[in-house]
Design a protein around this ligand. Structure first.
Ligand SMILES: Nc1ncnc2c1ncn2[C@@H]1O[C@H](COP(=O)(O)OP(=O)(O)OP(=O)(O)O)[C@@H](O)[C@H]1O
Ligand SMILES: [Mg+2]
Length: 226
């Protein structure tokens, strides 16, 4: 099995007025292709920072990051953008659906960014929304759907465009227990069909308990969860 994510000696620090905050310190991580892993840990410990660096929407202070065998830190920003658009889907706690676009248009967006033909984007978005049980909500706006439906739209948007790596930051953070369980069932079912690599940051113990490869972020490094 190939490695989807390979991290060596990753450091991230914030230099402020006074002291420097070391968030990640010589962190190493390997995530195998097609697996589900989680990063847990206290609030403020650096989980989102790590996820954003892996997603190439933030950059490390030093260290090496390989995604799908490609060294990210030495890539130009335009190659990084193209790699991100083709490889990586994001699921966020607050979903970030664009309010002025319908659910269907929101899910078409990542493929439009990949410059695919509009008719293709529409078809694939309809397929993904049907997979998450939202075939009756294509023309609704985000303000016209429920929290659970927004979460499912966010999952559909992450899945389209052939993304091989899905990064999820507190995907169930906004949902009640019933909706969290249903969302997790859905994500697991889609993962077993599509075999993408999934990395989840979460505080949700019920969600984490389903995860085969669990890590805890402590003092800038990952520990296997025991
Ligand atoms: N732009 C910034 N400048 C300075 N410090 C920052 C900046 N962004 C994040 N931090 C600090 O980095 C640390 C890690 O933040 P991060 O958001 O990764 O935590 P987290 O583990 O995701 O927390 P939570 O569980 O609350 O979401 C925090 O202490 C935060 O204050
Ligand atoms: Mg966070």
């Amino acid at each position: 099995m190939e490695n989807m994510i390979e991290i060596k000696n990753l450091c991230k620090e914030y230099r402020g007025e006074g002291e420097t905050v070391h968030v990640l310190e010589n962190l190493d991580m390997i995530v195998k292709d097609g697996t589900i892993s989680s990063v847990e840990g206290a609030s403020g410990v650096g989980k989102s920072t790590l996820l954003n660096i892996i997603g190439t929407i933030d950059s490390a202070t030093s260290g090496q990051l390989h995604i799908g065998g490609q060294e990210v830190s030495s890539m130009s920003s335009s190659s990084q953008e193209s790699m991100r658009a083709h490889m990586i889907g994001f699921i966020f706690q607050h979903h970030y659906l664009l309010p002025d676009f319908t659910v269907l248009e929101n899910v078409m967006m990542p493929m439009m960014i990949q410059r695919r033909p509009t008719s293709y984007c529409r078809e694939e978005a309809m397929k993904a929304l049907t997979q998450v049980g939202l075939e009756h909500r294509f023309q609704h706006y985000p303000s016209q759907i429920s929290g659970g439906e927004m979460a499912r739209s966010g999952v559909a948007r992450a899945l389209v465009g052939g993304h091989k790596l899905i990064l999820a930051d507190e995907p169930t953070g906004n949902l009640d227990k019933n909706n969290s369980d249903r969302l997790a069932d859905l994500i697991w079912q889609l993962q077993s069909e599509l075999k993408f690599t999934l990395l989840i940051v979460t505080h949700d113990r019920d969600l984490a308990e389903r995860v085969p490869f669990r890590y805890r972020l402590v003092a800038g490094k990952l520990q296997p969860f025991s």
